[in-house]
Design a binder for this molecule. Structure first.
Ligand code: SAH
Length: 473
């Protein structure tokens, strides 16, 4: 069986700036070879083997030859291989060379285009690459030539009408600006430099050809960055978006179509996921349904496994018509409601004392409970520990929607990761969750009401406090 290679564009950084086809290829892949500039958040939803072939500017991890060779070897093993590259694979990404190599070795391949940083990176700071008043063309140029000694045609470049965008140019910034000026470009031409465009740590400066080198040095802007030369750059002043949570890098538990992810991203934050372990059903004996009692639902997943068991026994919800339903909190109550059950109460387990009660929940969580005599614990599922391939030092805040998410994450971390996690601000959705954070040694905790809106509000408030304290410095 022969495999297949997809050269896939990952877009400029923001994990939502990905094509639908790229997303599908990532999910379907057996193995993914990815670059240094690729946002690791893109790799969360796939079970593929992941190989970091990221090239650091001076000490290459994988040589281009080795990458080419690996692509061919993996494809010949029959694998679906994704070669994930920043931006668009055919814009300075060596995608052309890889295609030629694959073709020569008779390996089937395709190219999945991506949004190039050379255009979208400018848009991220409010610079339109063309504009009827300022630029009717754009030129994307590499600041890093393949063969040493080979010079760009500076005279030609300096006389082009339109916007000049240099990629891989930061080490050559002084040379680029001086060559443009020497070859006739006005030293007052606006220049913007944008580092890590659309990533959480995006930074940008605006100056002109004569002064940009100094401004970049003062602000300590480095690679990877885009150098934008032309009148359009000045539009950054008026058009740069300033979303409320810009620059915030926030971790949330992984969930497909996570509402929290969407809310935070829309407010300008960059959101990463930590993995939740897989769930597995646990065998348990259904209570005697003909004897009415109380069903205490600890979490909605537990309920789903309970329902599966009910159906497998040839019964359905009607058998529980005389039962009382209690949800542990409003979130569980809401989920139950969307499954067609209006709970009798939202309450603490302690408040159910005296009545025969069946608590359904996750195995490990229930094991921590100390119920009274009339309370029976039914673990309907267990969660396996997940591996966290995360650098916590890259984040500022983590959101915990449930005590289970705290316990699971902490139990899945190495000692070093745990130390790094302790430094983050933890937003606990509800006092119980905060209690769990303290219990496991996380002390930088802010407690909010258990609603996503409350999480958003507290993050915005914290950002405003930061702004005020910065302005007093
Ligand atoms: N294929 C990529 C470019 C690869 S060359 C694309 O289409 O975007 C690598 C260079 O791209 C970096 O040195 C930098 O100049 C630029 N680059 C890529 N992503 C960037 C980003 N998010 N912010 C700023 N520059 C970026």
């Amino acid at each position: 069986m022969s495999g297949f290679v997809s050269l896939v564009g990952a877009g400029p950084g923001n994990p939502e700036l990905l094509t639908l086809l790229a997303k599908r290829r990532l999910v379907e892949a057996d193995v993914i070879l990815y670059d240094r500039l690729v946002n690791p958040a893109l790799l969360m939803e796939t079970n593929a083997e992941k190989i970091d072939v990221g090239k650091l500017p001076h000490h290459h991890k994988y040589s281009q030859y080795k990458i080419n060779d690996l692509l061919v070897t993996l494809a010949n093993e029959g694998k679906r291989v994704v070669r994930l590259k920043a931006g668009d694979p055919y814009v300075f990404g060596r995608g052309g060379e890889e295609s030629q190599y694959l073709k020569r070795h008779h390996v089937d391949y395709e190219v999945v285009p991506g949004i190039t940083s050379a255009i979208a990176g400018l848009g991220a700071v409010g610079i339109p690459i063309t504009h009827r008043d300022f630029a009717s063309a754009f030129h994307v140029i590499t600041g890093h030539r393949k063969k040493t000694g080979e010079e760009l045609d500076w005279q030609n470049i300096a006389h082009q009408e339109g916007t000049l965008v240099f990629l891989m140019g930061m080490e050559q910034l002084a040379k680029i600006t001086s060559q443009l000026i020497e070859n006739g470009k006005d030293p007052k031409t606006p220049v913007a430099v944008i580092q890590w465009a659309t990533h959480w740590n995006q930074r940008s400066v605006l100056s002109d050809l004569a002064n940009i080198v100094q401004v970049v040095a003062e602000n300590q802007i480095g690679s990877p960055a885009l150098i934008v030369v032309g009148q359009v750059a000045q539009l950054m002043q008026a058009l740069q978006p300033h979303p409320a949570l810009f620059g915030q890098h926030i971790l949330v538990p992984y969930k497909k179509q996570s509402k929290l992810f969407g809310l935070l991203q829309d407010a300008g934050a960059s959101v990463g996921f930590f993995q939740r372990g897989e769930t597995q059903p646990v065998d348990f004996a259904l209570p005697k349904l003909s004897v009415p009692a109380t069903l205490f639902v600890n979490d909605i997943i537990a309920y789903r496994y309970f329902q599966d068991k009910l159906m497998a026994a040839g019964a359905d919800l009607r058998k529980l018509a005389d039962w009382q339903f209690i949800a542990k909190n409003h979130v569980v109550a809401r989920h139950l409601k969307s499954s067609g059950i209006v709970v009798d109460r939202v309450a603490d387990l302690a408040s159910t004392s005296g009545q025969p009660t069946y608590v359904i929940g996750e195995q490990r969580e229930l094991a921590d409970m100390n119920p009274q005599a009339a309370v029976h614990l039914l673990a309907t599922y267990r969660r396996l520990p997940a591996e966290q391939d995360l650098d916590f030092a890259d984040y500022q805040t983590i959101v915990f929607p449930s005590s289970a998410s705290v316990a699971e994450l902490v139990s899945s971390l190495s000692q070093d990761q745990l130390e790094a996690l302790r430094v983050l601000k933890c937003i606990a959705m509800g006092p119980k969750v905060a209690e769990k954070c303290h219990q496991v040694g996380l002390n930088n905790v802010v407690t909010v009401e258990p609603s996503y809106q409350a999480v958003l509000t507290v993050l915005k408030e914290a950002k405003n406090v930061d702004k005020v304290s910065n302005s007093h410095r």
